[in-house]
Design a protein around this ligand. Structure first.
Ligand SMILES: [Fe+2]
Ligand SMILES: [Fe+2]
Length: 134
C-alpha cells in the first residue's frame, strides 16, 4: 500500500506546483515501497538520490516563482525549504556512508513534512501567486 495518497486537499490550485507535488508524493511512495519490499541498497539509494534531487529542483522552482512575483513571505518560506534540504542532505550522507537510516520513522517524517508544508506554506504561496498570474 502506498504511504501517501494524493487527494484534492493537497491541491494548491497552481498547476505547475501541483504537478511537481504529485511527482514528489510518487517518489516518496516509491522510496517507501523500495524499503518495504526489501529492495537492495542500490535500488533504495537510487530512489533516495532521486528524491533529494527532485526536492531541490522543486524548491528552486517555487523560490523562482516567489522571487519573480515579489512574494512578501519569501524569506520565511525559503528558510523552511533550506532546513528540509539540510535534513534530506544529512539523510543521503548517512545512507551513502553505509548507515541504515531509512526507517519507517523517517518515512513518516517526510510524509508529514510534505503534507503540512503543502497545506500551509505552499497553499499560502499559491493563493498569492494566483493574484499575480492571471
Ligand atoms: Fe512545494
Ligand atoms: Fe514550498
Amino acid at each position: 500500500m502506498a504511504l501517501m495518497n494524493w487527494s484534492k486537499d493537497l491541491e494548491v490550485n497552481f498547476p505547475k506546483v501541483d504537478d511537481q507535488h504529485r511527482s514528489l508524493v510518487d517518489i516518496v511512495n516509491n522510496l517507501h515501497d523500495a524499503m518495504k519490499l526489501g529492495k537492495g541498497r542500490d535500488e533504495v539509494g537510487k530512489v533516495l538520490h532521486f528524491l533529494a534531487d527532485y526536492t531541490t529542483s522543486h524548491f528552486k522552482a517555487e523560490e523562482e516563482l516567489m522571487t519573480r512575483h515579489a512574494y512578501p513571505e519569501f524569506s520565511t518560506h525559503k528558510q523552511i525549504h533550506t532546513e528540509l534540504l539540510k535534513q534530506v542532505g544529512d539523510l543521503v550522507k548517512q545512507f551513502d556512508g553505509g548507515q541504515a537510516v531509512l526507517t519507517l520513522k523517517v518515512m513518516s517524517f517526510l510524509q508529514e513534512w510534505l503534507t503540512k508544508h503543502i497545506k500551509v506554506e505552499d497553499l499560502k504561496m499559491a493563493s498569492f501567486l494566483r493574484t499575480r498570474v492571471a
